[in-house]
Design a protein around this ligand. Structure first.
Ligand SMILES: Nc1nc2c(c(=O)[nH]1)N[C@H]1C(S)=C(S)[C@@H](COP(=O)(O)O)O[C@H]1N2
Ligand SMILES: [Mo]
Length: 228
């Protein structure tokens, strides 16, 4: 039997979607309270690096990503509210490579097991550090062959395809290394890991339960975003 290429968990599978997801085109989305906040990208952004580090610092965005090898990846974005945008063409740098350079520069504590990423709109989400260091987690500055548009997270966003969309923070402006999980903006509605494959939609109650709730809530949240 012929063996196919190795498939990573976040890679799109043609014709197949994770449990409970429905394909749609990409439109700006997020928590309802951020629907009217679309921060204009500042001319010069410095990313703050704080938390479980010896030397908290601020690094100009270009410096943070310029020296890394550029990556391209096609992956899906799966929102917990059951929509999936398929085969998005992201370009940027591997979060792991940025992290490796940062760890030395800021003197990262060995005990840091989580990373909280914050956006210019005040939104933040926390990922388990080893999840964030996976082969398909990018800090992306281009989408579908063009600079990342403001609506999808300019100047820089996280892309974590194996995790629900609430972990893929847009407008990244701060990285906080942590010893413990912090629920972030989605609070109880988020799951510490948020793995799509395991349908970790929320830390409370199983995924299939939340499918029903989120599918019912989706039109109202959509309206808030489309109203802008
Ligand atoms: N800064 C910021 N990042 C965010 C959000 C947000 O409200 N603010 N929403 C998250 C959620 S729930 C989803 S599904 C995706 C949506 O990405 P899109 O707006 O590019 O469709 O962004 C994620 N990242
Ligand atoms: Mo989402």
């Amino acid at each position: 039997m012929a063996e196919g290429p190795v498939r990573r968990s976040g890679d799109p599978i043609p014709g197949q979607l994770p449990a409970g997801q429905v394909a749609t085109t990409l439109r700006r989305f997020g928590l309802p309270q951020f629907a009217l906040v679309q921060p204009a990208p500042p001319a010069r952004l410095a990313v703050t690096v704080t938390g479980a580090v010896a030397h908290p610092t601020q690094i100009p965005l270009d410096e943070l990503i310029d020296t890394r090898q550029r990556r391209e990846q096609h992956s899906d974005l799966h929102c917990v509210t059951t929509w999936s945008a398929r085969d998005l063409h992201w370009e940027g740098v591997l979060f792991r490579e940025v992290h490796e350079a940062l760890a030395v520069r800021v003197g990262l504590a060995r005990t840091a097991g989580w990373v909280s990423i914050k956006g210019l709109d005040g939104y933040h989400a926390c990922l388990r550090l080893d999840d964030a260091l996976a082969d398909d987690v990018l800090l992306a500055d281009r989408l579908d062959g063009a600079p990342l548009p403001t609506e999808h997270g300019a100047p820089l966003r996280l892309v974590a395809p194996a995790h629900y969309g609430y972990k893929s923070v847009k407008h990244v402006c701060a990285i906080e290394y942590r010893r413990t999980y912090s629920p972030g903006s989605a609070r109880w509605a988020a799951h510490p890991r948020g793995r799509v494959e395991r349908e970790e939609r929320s830390r409370y109650l199983p995924g299939p339960f939340w499918r029903v709730i989120w599918r019912a809530a989706l039109p109202r949240v959509r309206r808030r975003y489309d109203q802008r």
